[in-house]
Design a protein around this ligand. Structure first.
Ligand code: 13P
Ligand code: SF4
Length: 334
């Protein structure tokens, strides 16, 4: 049997192997090891899994997460995984999505972190839009509350937004709440897209001048852009996709040119940690909501959850919201 010090040493080694490309020292890893060990043990005892969005901090992504991904991939896991309990390390709408898809599971969030997009629109606003544009299908971005999903016909994520809109009948669509993603949709489809003035305060910060400067400085650089960015930034992209699609693009490519990740810094960190052969250039941006989640709160959620860490949704809202998510899965399966 291993002594406690040996467990800590083994955990320190495990963390260091994963984090050294992010300039974590062995001492940093040693400081985190007791907490990651405890969290991983609690997960086993409780038949729990930890889902983490790629924008989470490296201690969560590489220390305790069982699955790391984008909104679509994590929603799929939440729907299909047999675990009894899910700890969702991300902003609240992703925890809510997990609960909607798996109502019988216990779903907890370390922190009820918001999102500028999800907070920009209410169910009442959607009812107003439907009244103004009767009969026009409503597509909601997954970055919305359960109540907004319940008022929508179909949900989508950044990985399938064009596919979902194209799959709907008719020439018109109400797309909520990301106005920049709506602009992107107008360019990718022939439909008349009615939008809502929501923005991601993180992706909105990137400017075309900053991206052009990186292109000039690093000839051959590949610019990877999230569709929450403005059109002038998307215009400069070599690739536009969800966070997992961007990561896959890097993993699949055979060239070793530098990459600019026009997204949140957590994704840039994943590229640095998992693809050390690629030079990551240019500035990334920090999401103040995603970065509210701390490893200590993950431990609390498992050990002695605070009431606000439990994700509960009104059953009538949940039932309707599930229909818009189920429709997304149906349309993307075809
Ligand atoms: P992804 O689904 O692409 O990970 O996007 C989620 C998000 O909040 C991006 O800001
Ligand atoms: Fe919301 Fe933007 Fe943060 Fe994503 S990066 S959670 S869209 S505020």
């Amino acid at each position: 049997m291993m002594l406690p010090e040996q467990h800590i040493a083994a955990e320190t080694d495990r963390l260091f192997k994963k984090l050294e490309n992010l300039s974590w020292t062995r001492t940093d890893c040693q400081l985190y090891a007791p907490l990651t060990l405890e969290i991983n043990q609690l997960k086993k005892e409780q038949d729990a899994i930890i889902l983490a969005h790629s924008y989470q901090t490296p201690d969560i992504v590489y220390g305790v997460a069982d699955f790391v991904g984008d909104s679509y991939g994590l929603a799929q896991i939440a729907a299909e995984h047999p675990a009894r309990k899910i700890i969702f390390c991300s902003v609240l709408f992703m925890g809510e999505t997990a609960k909607i898809l798996s109502p019988d599971k216990e779903v907890l969030v370390p922190s009820r972190a918001g999102c500028s997009l999800a907070d920009s629109i209410t169910a009442e606003d959607v009812r107003g839009l439907k009244k103004k544009h009767p009969g026009v299908p409503v597509v909601c971005y997954v970055n919305t509350s359960a109540e907004v999903k319940a008022e929508s016909d179909v949900c989508c994520t950044s990985s399938n937004v064009v596919q979902i809109v194209e799959a709907l009948p008719g020439e018109e669509v109400i797309f909520i709440p990301d106005k920049y993603m709506g602009d992107y949709l107008r360019r990718m489809t022939k439909k008349n897209v009615i939008t809502w003035p929501g923005v991601c305060i993180v992706h909105e910060e990137f400017t075309s001048d900053a991206v052009k400067a990186v292109r000039e400085q690093y000839p051959g650089v590949k610019i990877l852009v999230h569709p929450e960015c403005t059109s002038s930034v998307i215009d400069l992209a070599d690739y536009v996709g969800s966070t997992s699609q961007m990561l896959k693009y890097v993993g699949d490519s055979t060239d070793v040119s530098p990459v600019m990740i026009v997204s949140e810094c957590g994704l840039a960190d994943r590229v640095k940690a998992e693809h050390p052969e690629r030079q990551v250039v240019g500035a990334c941006a920090l999401c103040p909501y995603m970065k509210q989640i701390a490893l200590k709160d993950v431990q609390v959620a498992l050990k002695n959850p605070r009431p606000e860490q439990r994700v509960e949704i009104n059953p009538a809202v949940l039932k309707k919201a599930k229909m818009s998510l189920d429709r997304m899965f149906e349309l993307t399966r075809k």
